[in-house]
Design a protein around this ligand. Sequence first.
Ligand code: F6P
Length: 340
Amino acid sequence: PKRIGILTAGGDCPGLNAAIRGVGKTAMVDYGMEVIGFTAGFSGLIEKDYVDLKESHLSGILTLGGTILGTSREKPYKVVKEGENDKPELIKQNYQELGLDALVCIGGNGTMKTACRLQEEGLNVVGIPKTIDNDVWGTDVTFGFDSAVQIATEAIDRLHTTANSHQRVMIIEVMGHHAGWIALYAGMAGGGDIILIPEVPYNIRSVCKKIEQRYQSNKPYSIVVVAEGIDHPKKVSAAAHVGEAISTYTGIETRETVLGYVQRGGSPSPMDRILATHYGSFAAQCIAEGNFGSMVAMRANQLTTVPLAEVGGKLSLVEPDNSLILKARKMGVSFGDEYD
Ligand code: F6P
C-alpha cells in the first residue's frame, strides 16, 4: 500500500484536527493507504518523530481545537548556521527511509513556501491552507477564519453593553498582522462603528471626527475594531495606541480589549469543520490521483487545486474596494481615512 505522511505547521487554529481526520480517513478507508503523522510540524520530519496513525486515532477529534500532532514554527530552509545539520537534506533522507509516497503539509503561507521547496527537491507534496487570518493566496477561504470571526463577533457583541452603559469608546484589537479579514468581517458582523485594517491607511483625525459626529447625533458611545497590524508604535498594542489618541483628542473615555489567542482556540465552527473535512479528503484524493505540488483550495465555492509554486510568497489581502467595505462605507462605517 501507499504510505503518506501528514504534518501541521505554523500557528494552530480551529479545524486542524478535522483536516487531519479528513486526510487520514479518506486515505485509509477509501484508498487503503498507510498514514503517519509527524509531530510538531517540520521538526517531526527533521527529527523523524512520528506516530503511525490508525483509524482509532482519528475518532473523536473532529470537534477538538488545536492539533493532535502538535505544531511549531520550524522553518527548515531558514539559513543554515555553521555546524548545524542540513535540515532539508535530513527531511529528504527521512522521507525516503520511511518509504513515503507523499507528504501532506497543513499550514499557512510559510508552510506553503516550504512545501513548494520540498516538492522542487523531489518529494511529492500536497498543501492544505489553514489560518485564522484568511491570508493564504490562491484560495478564497482558509479554515480557522470562520471560527475566529465567530469568537471576535461575540466579543464585540459583549463590548456593546459597556459602551452603551458607560458612554465610552470601546476599542477591540483582533489578529491579522498583514490582512484585515478578521477585523472587517467581525467588525461588520458585530456592528462596529469604525474598522481599521492594515490595507487601508487610517488617520486619527478621521477616527475622532466619526466619534464626535456620533456623539453629536445622540450616540455617545462607539465601537472601534482594529487589526493588530495597523500602523502603530510597536511598544504598545494597536488598541492602546488608538485608544490613547481618541481620549486625548476627543476627551471621551476609552477602554481597550486585546482579544489575542482566545480567537485561535477551542472547537471549530461547523463551517470550519466542513471546510477542513473537504480540504483533507480532497488532499487524499489528490495523492491517489498523483496531483502533487499543489495546494487544495476553494474558489467560487468549488474545490480545486492551485500549484504550490504560484502560492509561495504572496498574501491574500483585503482589497480597499472589497464589496463589504464599499457597503459599510455607504452605511456610515468609518475606515479612518475619510479626511486628510
Ligand atoms: O495564525 C496567525 C496569527 O494568528 C497572527 O495573526 C498572529 O499575529 C500570529 O499568528 C501570532 O502567533 P504566534 O504567537 O503563535 O507566533
